[in-house]
Design a protein around this ligand. Sequence first.
Ligand SMILES: Nc1ncnc2c1ncn2[C@@H]1O[C@H](COP(=O)(O)OP(=O)(O)OP(=O)(O)O)[C@@H](O)[C@H]1O
Length: 740
Amino acid sequence: MSEDTLILNVATVPSFHSGKRPRTPYKPSDKWKKRKAQKRKAAQLTPKGPSAKKVAHIPENTSDHVHQTLQHDRAPKLTTKDKDISKGTLPVSARKPGSTEKPSSKSEGTPELHKKSQQEDRKGEDRPFIKTSSLFKNNPDIPDIHKPAVTQLKETMFTSDSFADLELHPHLVSTLNNVLKVTSMTSVQKRTIPVLLAGRDAVVRSQTGSGKTLAYGIPLVQSLQAIQPKIKRADGPFAVIVVPTRELAQQSFQIIQKLLKPFTWIVPGVLMGGEKRKSEKARLRKGINILIATPGRLVDHINNTLSIAFSAVRWLVLDEADRTLDLGFEKDLTVILNAINTTSPCRQNVLLSATLTEGVSRLAGISVRDPVSIHVGEGTEECAAAVPQASGIPHGFAVPEKLKQYMVLVPSKLRLVCLGAFILGKAKFEKGHKLIVFLSSCEAVEFLLALFTTVLCKEEDLSPSSSQPAPLLFYQLHGNMMQEERMEVFKEFSQCKTGILLCTDVAARGLDLPQVTWIVQYNPPASPAEYVHRVGRTARIGAQGSSLLFLTPSETAYINVLADHNISMSEMKVQDILANLMLDDQFKGRGKWGNKKSAGAIEQEVRERATVLQTEFENAVHANKNSVQSAKKALQSFLRAYTTYPAGLKRIFHIRSLHLGHAAKSFGLRDAPQGLSTAAGGSQKSRKDAPRKTCPSKTLSRKERAASLLHSEYASGLEGISAPRKKKPKQMEEGTQRVS
Ligand SMILES: Nc1ncnc2c1ncn2[C@@H]1O[C@H](COP(=O)(O)OP(=O)(O)OP(=O)(O)O)[C@@H](O)[C@H]1O
């Protein structure tokens, strides 16, 4: 051992799957547990034995010292020669130059090498030192940010006008006051409700969390309860409400259900992917008067359920209308509109979103007649400046006034520890925080849930009587989960006071999750509109909230793209986020820093602790073959997602600007893996063996791939992404890959 090193006592590092289920606080049903067990068996995620105690080296004089300079730092950037990542194997050029090491993916591919890796796993338990490459060397420079001048668009949230001032049924007013606990209208409600009560179509844009659901829900219920003779269940749908995700369908259903409390003869119902079609058919047969549905599932019933009839429809609401268009749901919408138009041409149409744009005007053209345009920011000076002459729709977006927006420029190698430190700082050492962390893929969500549960939630934190800081409660929500589990998580995270939800964009739109204090965008969104919806999960209805956007130095220009849409944010510094680790002695190194620390010494100690944390992450990842595989899958899906940014953003998010070794480190991998495949099927070998039709990325164009990736975010686990492709899927629902 060289003299300039010191030994760090890294606390016991449990294996990635340490025999305990990741501590997600929801209680899965028996059926779900059974399915999960089958799934785990299939994925060979066998729990590992007791955790190994590991020791890490950190240099005494500088925590930057590289004990084993892993060749990440020298791994070349991806080039065009490396081929489009989505076409298959990751480039050979990403292999360590001059390395004689066998590619790790291969070493796990054959039984002998598997045995060898198991032996190494066991050996690792006695292994005295863990070598961690430097986190703080060979990173790209963090550029100085020249904050662009941005005029933020403002929308007034509340008015002093009361619901009682409207000509509503008195029982509806008392339901609003007593059940929904709302008395005065928000701006969007004040402007929208009278328009809809007057029987007009409307295109409504107002900021996230401003009460758009009641803006259409109240006039809808008011008009249906007034119909004489009274609506009968068997009359079928009088209103159809289309929303892009299942959770939003469920949420909207619950609000409509509350509004209908005094009007028991009107029956609401929800149709959404992941539910049993048979029982939905039975409910349709009995009769649903207000039908809330995701587009794919509704089309499915239009095509397959004889008892669905639209002759009575008087209302069509497209909530999150721009998203519904975005996701390639346009075809579905055409089917829905055709089905409704054939039998019910006279009805009211309402389109709503916080980010209605030109594209939606096009949709408005096919679905609304002479609509009243309601833009809540309209009339303000800020908004006038943002309205381009031709369209009349503001180019910029308003975000909630009390939302504090931050961004941080983090080199790839530091991303994982930075996210870990941020979560620890907020959720463990401050009180009452509820965080949502957006990631770019289902695989990354699953991987980080397991990793964080292993490394950040230590056993001692779990005892209720413990005097330790608050235990961390992690939740996950993504499109590959089973419907039952998705609903359970949604419910539990809605009700919990603190916790961290790791999710994909499936949670970005419309969800009204109370008391969320922080939105973290670990992967930047594909558009400024999606940015607005993600951050809109906090600071709702006048509440305080904050957001943090992670960017790598090469992605700095995204700040200007957001600024073009009137979005402005302040910079946080990586070192300030990492400084949270000073609160957590669990990640203390062996450095002798004394009591009175100079700024330099503190910085060194922060770096040392960050290195300890990274070491723990890497140990957890490399604890067994399955956890390595899970990290690789997450990395692979991250790379795939990176190829799907729209053309206009390619100059900022280009696969070639990624450093594979550094990206691998951000998934706790010590080496840049070889032979990565970005196809859904996994390794190159398994991809070769798989039937062609199960490998969509081979047959899809880049645009289709992007759409299919986005769709997968909206799928439930029931159909599974590996479901064989059918020529014409029977069950076209949100999340089904549209491959033809
Ligand atoms: N008039 C009101 N007074 C107080 N709270 C209200 C009022 N109207 C709605 N709310 C509450 O505001 C929250 C946000 O409402 P809602 O989900 O409808 O917002 P939204 O504008 O549709 O948001 P998003 O654009 O994110 O979908 C809900 O919790 C709702 O109960």
